[in-house]
Write a protein that binds this ligand. Structure first.
Ligand SMILES: *[C@@H]1O[C@H](CO)[C@@H](O)[C@H](O)[C@H]1NC(C)=O
Ligand SMILES: *[C@@H]1O[C@H](CO)[C@@H](O)[C@H](O)[C@H]1NC(C)=O
Ligand SMILES: *[C@@H]1O[C@H](CO)[C@@H](O)[C@H](O)[C@H]1NC(C)=O
Ligand SMILES: *[C@@H]1O[C@H](CO)[C@@H](O)[C@H](O)[C@H]1NC(C)=O
Ligand SMILES: *[C@@H]1O[C@H](CO)[C@@H](O)[C@H](O)[C@H]1NC(C)=O
Ligand SMILES: *[C@@H]1O[C@H](CO)[C@@H](O)[C@H](O)[C@H]1NC(C)=O
Ligand SMILES: *[C@@H]1O[C@H](CO)[C@@H](O)[C@H](O)[C@H]1NC(C)=O
Ligand SMILES: *[C@@H]1O[C@H](CO)[C@@H](O)[C@H](O)[C@H]1NC(C)=O
Length: 348
């Protein structure tokens, strides 16, 4: 049996982390009772790695319909066919241990956050983080005659001042900006993908790690939609947003949309509906713009999707892809673990 990870063991003593989602949200806070405790969605495993310890950190969809996933336990990006479930290694980064956020920055060109991080101690090496480019549109000549050609890789920028970079979102393809969460620092960096220039863009207490937690994990996932930057703040147990101008300067309040659960990475639709993976709570929840929470699939005691880290909607919004760590942060019921996988949830 594996012990709870140190940074969640302190959370686990909260009744909250033990409560199932229906209990959690069935409080008087909501005018109508929790009404979705038997979600009628179809959940299937699209692809699963063979070994325990494999950890899917993030997902993104390519225009050809394939998924790209990043791994935290190895510095790899994998491509998964969403029809057949066939998965192939797309790229392995040298000189680092882990991949984090991934985001499309031009047609079939992706930015990937990489750095040194231990999935055993959860310690990042501050100063080891950078943003790399994986260009699937300009595949390397060496493999260009193969069907699954290697993407061309190059460094966009190293961020030696970053403590631990994590989720990433493309802010504006026209202005060549990506935004990256720095979880222990509790800030958002903006990086120009053409020049490599970078600076702290957003810095607020809602992004900082909660006090008294074993691991400083504040802002985690983020997604830029229209004029807003949406973000999850894990140990604060908050899902938030802030309105920004074209330079990513905040021009409104930092708003807490929903709280009381453990959010990891998420996707948000253009009308502000969020699908959030809850990692140690083994579920995906849906959050409306007004902050109403409902369970989409999984559950605290469910082994359907142990340790969901990320969620990504298909273009038509009918499918939701979820990546998992197999429950490494907090095994289901304290004991159940499995290799990381990609789950497909059919929403309608
Ligand atoms: C995915 O696999 C299916 C079935 O093997 C194949 O027809 C399709 O071309 C593949 N898709 C991509 C994007 O490679
Ligand atoms: C999976 O993809 C690889 C590489 O493209 C290919 O060699 C293999 O035949 C595919 N497997 C299946 C089951 O489609
Ligand atoms: C690996 O990273 C270190 C720290 O950034 C750097 O000094 C070194 O040159 C890198 N090695 C290679 C082979 O890229
Ligand atoms: C992709 O490649 C095509 C053909 O080489 C080129 O015309 C196009 O501009 C490229 N797209 C991007 C985003 O680089
Ligand atoms: C990552 O850690 C390895 C092993 O300690 C080290 O050789 C490498 O330089 C580090 N990479 C970076 C980018 O700091
Ligand atoms: C692919 O390219 C390699 C290296 O240039 C070459 O050795 C190989 O014969 C090529 N394969 C095909 C099927 O063209
Ligand atoms: C974030 O803001 C706080 C309070 O203004 C400041 O002390 C801190 O240095 C800022 N952090 C960064 C990384 O800019
Ligand atoms: C993964 O770990 C669990 C719990 O330790 C064990 O029951 C299971 O057999 C392992 N699975 C694999 C594929 O090794």
């Amino acid at each position: 049996m594996r012990l709870l990870a140190p940074w969640f063991s302190s959370l686990a003593i909260l009744p909250l982390a033990q409560a199932s989602l229906p209990l959690l949200y069935g409080t008087e806070v909501w005018s109508s009772p929790y009404s979705n405790n038997k979600p009628s969605v179809k959940v299937e495993t699209l692809f699963q790695f063979p070994k325990n310890g494999s950890w899917v950190d993030n997902l993104v969809l390519r225009s050809d319909g394939n998924l790209l996933l990043t791994r935290l336990d190895v510095p790899e990006v994998w491509s998964v066919n969403t029809t057949s479930g066939n998965a192939t290694l797309a790229y392995s980064f040298p000189n680092v241990t882990s991949c984090f956020g991934i985001s499309e920055i031009a047609d079939d060109v992706f930015a990937v956050v990489v750095g040194n991080f231990s999935t055993k101690t959860y310690k990042p090496d501050a100063g080891s983080f950078s943003v790399q480019k994986l260009d699937f549109n300009r595949t390397s000549k060496r493999r260009s005659n193969r069907t699954s050609a290697l993407p061309a890789a190059s460094r966009i920028a190293a961020l030696p001042e970053a403590q631990a970079l994590n989720g990433m979102t493309t802010f504006s393809k026209d202005e060549d900006l990506v935004l990256i969460a720095d979880s222990p620092k509790g800030v958002v960096w903006k990086v120009n993908i053409k020049t490599g220039d970078y600076a702290v863009a957003l810095n607020d207490t809602t992004m900082q790690p909660a006090k008294g937690q074993a691991l400083p994990l504040g802002i985690n996932g983020l997604k830029s939609i229209e004029d807003y930057v949406y973000y999850s703040s894990t140990t604060r147990m908050e899902f938030c947003r802030v309105k920004v101008d074209e330079d990513v300067k905040p021009i409104g309040d930092y708003e807490v949309i929903a709280s009381g659960f453990l959010p990891d990475n998420m996707d948000v639709t253009e009308d502000g509906i969020a699908y959030i993976a809850t990692d140690p709570q083994n579920s995906v929840v849906r959050i409306t713009p007004s902050g109403q929470i409902s369970l989409v699939a999984g559950g605290q005691l469910s082994t359907e999707m142990p340790g969901p880290t990320s969620a990504r909607l298909s273009e038509d919004r009918k499918s939701l892809y979820v990546g998992t760590s197999g429950g490494q942060v907090a095994p289901v019921l304290g004991t159940f673990m499995e290799p990381g996988k990609v789950v497909k949830i059919t929403l309608e």
